[in-house]
Design a protein around this ligand. Structure first.
Ligand SMILES: Cc1cc2nc3c(=O)[nH]c(=O)nc-3n(C[C@H](O)[C@H](O)[C@H](O)COP(=O)(O)OP(=O)(O)OC[C@H]3O[C@@H](n4cnc5c(N)ncnc54)[C@H](O)[C@@H]3O)c2cc1C
Length: 387
């Protein structure tokens, strides 16, 4: 596997073991059928508990059954999952960074004890409801309402593009009391079997097909007071979760690009035209040299980001730079890999075009490329250019 600058030589024993076991799991259990799942638009749901047993859901958290592995180990895990498919990594990102993380960081002791072991083992599935039909890049303008009622809250509104909502047991829903504009956004744990909750599936996606995506409809849904996440108020809540998930994406995208590179390199070495392997042509070598360089640069960024996170110096803007760069790199390079496979490259028998299509979603969710540009622009100049 491509590691041109030997960054993996510095991995600890534990990090290396996590990488190897994730690679083995993916190769044995997921890779053989992932193309078919992608074509069918299904996720291998039977693997959800097995992924839990493997420790794929938020293993970087401390306590409640989580092994508290290093941030680098977590990143490497996301990389190995996305080397198979962005949908597989999305499952782990949502469950871990967007559902378990907020419960761990902002939840009550009862919420943590009730949900974290179940989510960590894959016995329960969670989803994260922030995006709304009319509010994507600007979630602050959300319309979902939470009104106080009878020792609890009544929720109304709709969320869309929610990974795993049709198969989720619990949704982390972000809402505010719209009658009072000064009321901050709050997070609610909404069990999906509550009266008034609907989770319709979104079909006919042309990207991230091996991942279930849906809506969350909230029609006079009552949740008791104990379902509110007590430890956070305001947009810092959802944005704090997004920083965790984006960190994993900055790593994961490298996996997709690396898999495209390895596939293209193998193909170019085997495929013969004009009397020999196409890898002997300078035009093909130029593509491989550029791909390897871009992947190596992204690896260096991710490894440094992990160091910053480990020592508590990572800012959300650092994550924006890595997410923005590494996903764009993977999106561009998977296209070049596809090209090197000629006609075979447009089939589901090979991974590059599947990665290429998936990366359109990864480029768009968790803050679009444009939004990360604006975050960096503001950080670099002091001027916010969102409006
Ligand atoms: C498969 C999939 C899974 C998803 N999973 C989840 C999930 O689990 N939970 C969740 O809450 N959300 C999820 N999302 C939603 C995702 O986060 C949003 O799609 C994303 O934030 C963009 O919002 P939007 O689609 O409404 O696009 P818009 O915000 O309408 O953006 C449209 C275009 O305008 C650009 N744009 C917007 N504002 C500006 C600006 N100020 N300056 C310049 N350009 C701008 C954008 O970059 C984009 O190119 C998912 C999306 C997809 C596709």
């Amino acid at each position: 596997m491509l590691d041109y600058y030997g960054v993996e030589a510095d991995l600890s024993e534990e990090e290396r073991m996590i990488q190897e076991s994730a690679r083995e799991f993916v190769d044995e259990k997921v890779r053989p059928d992932i193309g078919e799942h992608w074509i069918e638009g299904t996720f291998p749901k039977d693997l959800i508990p097995e992924m839990g047993e493997m420790g794929f859901y938020a293993p970087n958290l401390e306590g409640y059954g989580s092994p508290n592995v290093s941030e680098k180990a977590y990143g490497i895990l996301m990389q190995e999952l996305e080397a198979c498919d962005s949908g597989l990594r999305s499952m782990a990102s949502v469950q871990g960074a967007l559902v378990m993380y907020p419960i761990h960081a902002y939840g009550s002791e009862e919420q943590k004890e009730h949900w974290l072991p179940k989510l960590g083992s894959g016995e329960a599935v969670g989803c994260f409801g922030l995006t709304e039909p009319e509010h994507g890049s600007n979630p602050t303008a959300m319309e979902t309402r939470a009104e106080e009622a009878d020792e609890g809250y009544v929720l109304n509104g709709s969320k869309t593009w929610i990974t795993n909502s049709p198969i989720a047991d619990v949704a982390v829903v972000w809402a505010r009391d719209q009658t009072d504009p000064d009321t901050p956004v709050r997070g609610f744990l909404v069990e999906t079997d509550r009266d008034g909750v609907s989770t319709n599936k979104i079909d006919e996606k042309l990207s991230l097909r091996a991942s279930i995506t849906g809506e969350i409809g909230l029609n006079d849904v009552y949740v008791p007071e104990e379902n509110i996440l007590p430890g956070v108020e305001g947009m810092g809540g959802p944005l704090g979760c997004l920083t965790q998930a984006r960190y994993g994406i900055a790593w994961g995208a490298i996996g997709a690009a690396r898999d495209g590179f390895e596939t293209a390199r193998d193909y170019a070495t085997d495929r013969e035209q004009f009397g020999g392997p196409i890898a002997r042509f300078q035009l093909q070598q130029d593509k491989l040299a550029e791909m390897a360089t871009q992947i190596t640069l992204a690896q260096l960024l991710a490894h440094r980001l992990a160091d910053l996170k480990e020592r508590g110096d990572m800012r959300p803007q650092h994550v924006s730079m890595a997410k923005r760069n590494n996903v764009r790199m993977a999106r561009d390079q998977s296209r070049i890999a596809r090209e090197m496979l000629g006609g075979n490259g447009i089939t589901a028998d090979y991974s590059p075009m599947r990665h290429m299509a998936n990366l359109e979603t990864v480029y768009t969710y968790e803050g679009t490329h444009d939004i990360h540009t604006l975050i960096l622009g503001e950080d670099l100049t002091g001027f916010a250019a969102y409006e």
